[in-house]
Design a protein around this ligand. Structure first.
Ligand SMILES: Cc1ncc(COP(=O)(O)O)c(C=O)c1O
Length: 378
């Protein structure tokens, strides 16, 4: 910062997110770096065992990203050309793209305006003879309607994949996401609850699914085959040992991270109670959120871009979380999706906005954000 420029020295800049990296993380990553065993070493399996334990899953396969994990789950489900995969339009693009990677068509079902998650009745209405799988998303860390979704998948003979990329630490009906048996996908990009830089994981309760995941992420090698023998079409979706080491450091403090994020969210709840925006849905008996982002919904008719510009002028970052996937240009061009098809998702997309949020956001900064939002809305 330029000390001779007092205005620059006092200008606030509050970022949207920030990872929590400490000396322990540095030490673990350095250890791997110095060992010289940077991939397929002993650190990956150690991370996988700890992650499986953290979410109460019997099996965990670490992968190079959440997107890679979702793609592998399409292979697990046997999704292929001509199939349809039903998912939420109000999500990050990867939860729909994974179906396209395998030649299937993404089919959207509208969401519940309270939770922003898939409405099971809309999912059921979207099922056709070509439907192969449903990808449920725990958007913003709030658990999707697992039991109704699993029940309808079972009744119609469909595979179910949970995109839990935003929901590490969340619980459904008293049990952590990841412990319910079906494949669940996790992501560790630096804005997530925990990070490995880039990275992800797939947890499952099935030994067979786990074996297939381990082969698919490692170029289709079989457990019994040597390095240059490949039993099936696979990918390089491995997580390297440096990333896994960082993951171990993050898991060691996961409870503290989740607690701190919950506390930051509680402070926002207090500061924003009378600002005139809709706040995130509180937990109930069946759903315990893990705080990923802090997203508020503006009243209908408010110019969100104007609000975001006024926040930016005060040094407060914000983001239009989340655009509806079906209205992305490549989706419109490829499938003919258009406005009006999923009105709840579209209305949410037009009015929701993410505020700065991370585990170590200071109360002072939150007060500054709240004041800036109040004045931006006024
Ligand atoms: C809901 C959801 N699905 C999938 C992903 C993809 O994860 P990654 O960025 O690790 O590929 C993300 C991450 O942003 C996400 O939020």
């Amino acid at each position: 910062m330029n000390a001779s420029h007092p205005a620059a020295a006092t200008t606030k800049k509050i970022n949207l997110s920030a990872p929590w990296i400490d000396e322990r993380d540095e030490e673990l990553v350095l250890e791997v770096l110095r060992s010289g065993w940077l991939s397929l070493g002993p650190t990956g399996p150690r991370f996988e065992a700890l992650f499986a334990e953290a979410v109460g899953a019997p099996y965990c396969a670490a992968v190079s990203s959440g997107t890679a994990g979702l793609h592998l789950c399409m292979r697990l489900a046997g999704v292929g050309a001509g199939d349809e995969v039903i998912t939420s339009p109000y999500s990050f693009v990867a939860s729909a793209n994974c179906a396209i990677y395998e030649g299937a068509t993404p089919i959207f079902a509208d969401i519940d305006p309270r939770t922003f998650n898939l409405d099971p009745a809309a999912v059921e209405a979207a099922i056709t003879p070509r439907t192969k799988a449903v990808v449920g998303v725990d958007i913003f860390g709030y658990p999707c309607e697992l039991d109704p979704l699993l029940e309808l998948c079972e009744r119609h003979g469909l595979a179910f994949v949970e995109d839990a990329c935003e929901a590490l630490g969340a619980e459904y009906k008293g049990r952590p996401l990841g412990s319910h048996g079906h494949p669940a996908v996790w992501a560790f990009y630096p804005n997530k609850q925990m990070t490995t830089g880039e990275g992800g994981a797939v947890t499952t309760g099935s030994a067979d699914q786990h074996e297939l995941l381990v082969s698919l992420r490692n170029q289709g090698r079989l457990e019994t085959s040597s390095w240059l023998q490949h039993g099936r079409l696979g990918y390089n979706y491995r997580l390297d040992d440096l990333s896994a080491a960082l993951g171990i450091g993050q898991l060691e403090k996961l409870d503290r991270i989740l607690e701190a994020r919950g506390a930051v969210a509680a402070v926002y709840g207090e500061l924003l109670a009378d600002v005139g925006v809709e706040l995130p849905l509180p937990d109930d008996a069946d759903h315990v959120r893990s705080w990923f982002v802090y997203v508020v919904k503006l009243p209908a008719g408010v110019d969100r871009n104007g609000v975001m510009a006024r926040l930016a002028a005060e040094g407060v970052a914000s983001a239009p979380y989340l655009p509806s996937i079906h209205l992305q240009s490549y989706m419109r061009e490829r499938y003919g999706f258009r406005e009006g098809m999923f009105p709840v998702s579209e209305d949410s997309s037009a009015r929701t906005m993410a505020l700065p949020f991370h585990a170590r956001l200071e109360r002072d900064d939150q007060e500054y954000v709240a004041a800036a939002l109040r004045s931006a809305l006024g």
